[in-house]
Every structure is written in structure tokens, then in C-alpha cells.
Design a protein around this ligand. Structure first.
Ligand SMILES: Nc1ncnc2c1ncn2[C@@H]1O[C@H](COP(=O)(O)OP(=O)(O)OP(=O)(O)O)[C@@H](O)[C@H]1O
Length: 322
């Protein structure tokens, strides 16, 4: 985005069984922070004329390109590498009192849930960050400082907000706007947790509740956006002045629903309606990010206002302010 406050990274996953069965070729390669995409018909002599004047390989530059194509490759980017690069920095900012947010965006089966949550022993950035948060808290030697950690977990499905920590609350939670604090979800549970084990238990329970349905493209396709938030309160008691001060920061992890095209997924009926809502909110996401990027450029030129369409989707009205 060209803004030092936003980092954009990309990760390439291994071919899945469906792609291997189809005899799919790898079109992606990565060098340093660059990602290259080769045209699928590059070796097809029959298409040589069509390719005239069009690049065979397109290159894209990101803050970092993670190569996770082959677990046996010495350059394979592990979950720990992603955490070390991104999660550590998040925690540093949180302890300084800043709010941070990480989104995983990509089409279904791209590896969003793998990178964010992880599967089995391959823990993703979310659990690894939570684990290290408690390591740092437990290693705190400053006797004037105490911590409180709260978590909330929501899913946004068909533009409706649902509390994953209180699934009995089936309702459609309202996103409201506080005049000073900005948007918030009304009646959302915020549970106090005292250890990483507490968080693991909550995640396990709530992930079972998450709206997941198999599509043609991914057996465990997440059909909803999921937002897990850590609210960290640092309380300092100054023994000399007998005064208390508080620093509150928020870390939000967002696992977006797949950005697939409806015809590829074989979606009909409810699945198609979901797809339409998912794409609507992802289109809004694109517009919001583009407007923020424009704002960042215009701000440098002295322009003060750019319209950012947060309200076009309940998802971004809530998320972008996280
Ligand atoms: N970096 C990786 N290394 C190894 N396997 C991976 C990696 N990323 C993804 N996978 C595997 O690819 C499959 C699809 O990944 P995942 O479920 O994370 O996709 P997704 O983007 O969350 O899809 P959806 O939007 O449909 O929920 C999973 O079986 C996962 O284990």
C-alpha cells in the first residue's frame, strides 16, 4: 500500500490432491520479496500468436513473499517463520499500546485458515501469538504492572454478526457506533482468559460452531468471515504517587471467507447466496483499502478528506476500526 503502517505479504501453498489429480502445473515462483506468475499457456506453441506483446511472466512485489510450496524444500516458509516476522511485531505494538489487525485474504483453499489458525500441530499465527502473549506476561518482572487479557470471537455470515463465544445468542448482533470510541458490536461477549490453554479451549469450542460447509474447491471451506480479538489491558500502579494508569490495546485476527468465483465452486441455492454476500463484502473490502491508500497519498499532498465506504458492508464497518 506504500504506507509504513500496512504490510502486505503473500504465501504460496503446496498443490492440493485435487490439483495433483488434475495434473496441474505450478505457475508461481518467488525470489526475495517478489512473486512471479507465469502464463499457463506459455509452453503451448498453438497460442504463440495470442501471446504476442503480452508478458509471459508477471512480477509483483510484496513486503514479503513466503515460499511454502514444498515442505521438503530447504526454503520452505514454516508457520514459525510467519509468526516470527509478523506475530512478534504485533505483540511489540500491542505492549506499546497500539491496535493492530491482520487479515488473510484469498480464494477458497488458498491457505488462509492454515496461516491464521493452523491445523493440528501446525499452529498458525493466531495461536502462536496468543501463546507468546502469555509467555511475555508470565515473564513480566515489573511489580507495578499487571495485565488483563480478554477475548472476543465473532463470525460475519451473510452480513449477520454472530457471537462465537456465546453461540446460544443466535441473534443478529448489531454493529453500533460510539461517538468517541467508534464502532462496536452490541452485546458481544468478552471473556477474561488467564492462560494460552484457556484460549485454546475457547477456540476449539467456537471453531466447531463456525459456519463451515464443503464446496467443490475445499473440503473445509470457511463460508463466513471470522474475527478473533485479543484485548490487552496493562495496569500500572505507581507506588510513589499511588496513582493507577491503564493502557489498552487490541489485536484482531481476521480469517476472511474465500473470494472464489461462483461458477468454479458449483454453488447453487444457499451456497450461491453466501457466495454473493461473501463477494459483496470482499468487494467492499477492496474499495475500503483502495480509498485508504488514496487517502494516504492525498494526505501527503495536503488533501484532508477521502470518502471511505466502510458502511457498505457490516464486515468492514466493524473491522477496519479494529
Ligand atoms: N502453507 C501451507 N503448507 C502446507 N499445507 C497448506 C498450506 N496452506 C494451506 N495448506 C493446506 O491447503 C488446504 C486448504 O487450506 P485452508 O483450509 O487454509 O484454505 P482457506 O483459504 O482457509 O479456504 P476457505 O476460504 O475455503 O476456508 C488445507 O488442507 C491446508 O492444510
Amino acid at each position: 500500500m506504500g504506507d509504513e503502517n500496512i504490510k502486505v505479504v503473500v504465501r504460496c501453498r503446496p498443490l492440493n490432491s485435487r490439483e495433483i489429480a488434475r495434473g496441474a502445473n505450478r505457475l508461481i515462483s518467488m525470489v526475495g520479496n517478489q512473486t512471479f506468475i507465469t502464463r499457463p499457456d506459455v509452453n503451448d506453441p498453438g497460442n504463440a500468436n495470442k501471446r504476442d506483446g503480452i508478458e509471459d511472466v508477471k512480477s509483483f512485489t510484496f513486503d514479503k513473499s513466503y515460499w511454502s510450496f514444498d515442505k521438503n524444500d530447504p526454503n520452505y516458509a514454516t508457520q514459525a517463520m510467519l509468526y516470527n516476522d509478523l506475530g512478534e511485531e504485533f505483540l511489540d505494538y500491542a505492549f506499546e499500546g497500539y491496535n493492530t489487525c491482520i487479515f488473510a485474504y484469498g480464494q477458497t483453499s488458498a491457505g488462509k485458515s492454515y496461516s491464521m489458525m493452523g491445523y493440528g500441530e501446525d499452529k498458525g499465527i493466531m495461536p502462536l501469538t496468543c501463546c507468546e502473549l502469555f509467555n511475555r506476561i508470565n515473564n513480566n518482572k515489573d511489580l507495578e504492572l499487571t495485565y488483563q487479557v480478554q477475548v472476543s470471537y465473532i463470525e460475519i455470515y451473510n452480513e449477520r454478526v454472530r457471537d462465537l463465544l456465546n453461540p446460544k445468542n443466535k441473534g443478529n448482533l448489531k454493529v453500533r457506533e460510539h461517538p468517541a470510541l467508534g464502532p462496536y458490536v452490541e452485546d458481544l461477549s468478552k471473556l477474561i482468559v488467564n492462560s494460552f490453554i484457556d484460549i485454546e479451549k475457547l477456540m476449539d469450542e467456537s471453531n466447531k460452531v463456525r459456519t463451515v460447509a464443503a464446496t467443490n474447491m475445499n473440503e473445509t471451506s470457511g463460508r463466513s468471515h471470522a474475527v478473533f480479538t485479543l484485548l490487552v489491558t496493562q495496569k500500572r500502579h505507581d507506588t510513589q504517587t499511588n496513582m493507577d494508569t491503564e493502557k489498552v490495546s487490541r489485536i484482531s485476527f481476521v480469517d476472511l471467507a474465500g473470494s472464489e468465483r461462483a461458477n468454479l465452486t458449483g454453488a447453487t441455492g444457499t451456497r450461491l447466496k453466501e457466495g454473493v454476500n461473501i463477494n459483496k463484502s470482499l468487494t467492499t473490502f477492496g474499495k475500503v483499502i483502495a480509498s485508504l491508500a488514496e487517502f494516504s497519498v492525498d494526505k501527503k499532498k495536503g488533501k484532508k478528506e477521502v470518502f471511505v465506504p466502510y458502511r457498505d458492508s457490516v464486515c468492514y464497518f466493524h473491522l477496519i476500526y479494529c
